[in-house]
Design a protein around this ligand. Structure first.
Ligand code: HEM
Length: 141
């Protein structure tokens, strides 16, 4: 029987390698410098959290949910301005990571649409441009 989930292809070890390659790419790619700057300097904690998250999301054990009680990503991302540009930078890091771990075409195809959907769900605004200043508001102080 062909694998029906990404987790069946990658296993826990494979997801861990993917997430390490993902944050390494975020650290290195100048195209991702904007979203890298949103993160803490030390990525150890978020590396572990994304590993936990993706293991469950890809069809493995629900580790993130067991630790946090939820799989909802809205609250942890609420403090950050995530528009289409930020989403696409995130997806670029993921595509780079998939290349770097030598992911099969089958796996890439399996992830393409769902990965876009989850990244687009994390997006919390329609535009990545800063809001224009309202000329009716006079700055105080
Ligand atoms: C769309 C663009 C995205 C941006 C710009 C972004 C950015 C961030 C930032 C800045 C943090 C905080 C990290 C820190 O404290 O250093 C974070 C946390 C996190 N992100 Fe994202 N993220 C994005 C999409 C995603 C997606 C698609 C997923 C999952 C598939 C995800 C999973 C997580 C998880 C699990 C955490 C930790 C949440 C917690 O504290 O429990 N992110 N993200």
């Amino acid at each position: 029987m062909p694998p029906s989930t990404p987790y069946q292809i990658l296993g826990q070890e494979g997801v861990n390698r993917l997430v390490d390659a993902f944050y390494d790419a975020m650290d290195e790619l100048t195209e991702a410098a904007h979203i890298r700057a949103m993160h803490k300097e030390n990525l150890d904690e978020v590396r572990q959290k994304l590993k936990d998250y993706l293991i469950g999301w890809m069809g493995g054990p629900p580790i993130y949910q067991m630790k946090t009680g939820t799989v909802c990503l809205t609250d942890p991302h609420a403090p950050y301005a995530i528009g289409p540009k930020e989403r696409d930078q995130w997806l670029l890091c993921m595509d780079t990571a998939l290349e770097r771990i030598g992911a099969s075409d089958e796996l890439k195809e399996m992830l393409k649409i769902p990965m876009f959907r989850v990244a687009d769900t994390v997006r919390n605004r329609d535009s990545s441009e800063p809001k224009p200043r309202d000329p009716n508001i006079i700055a105080v102080g």
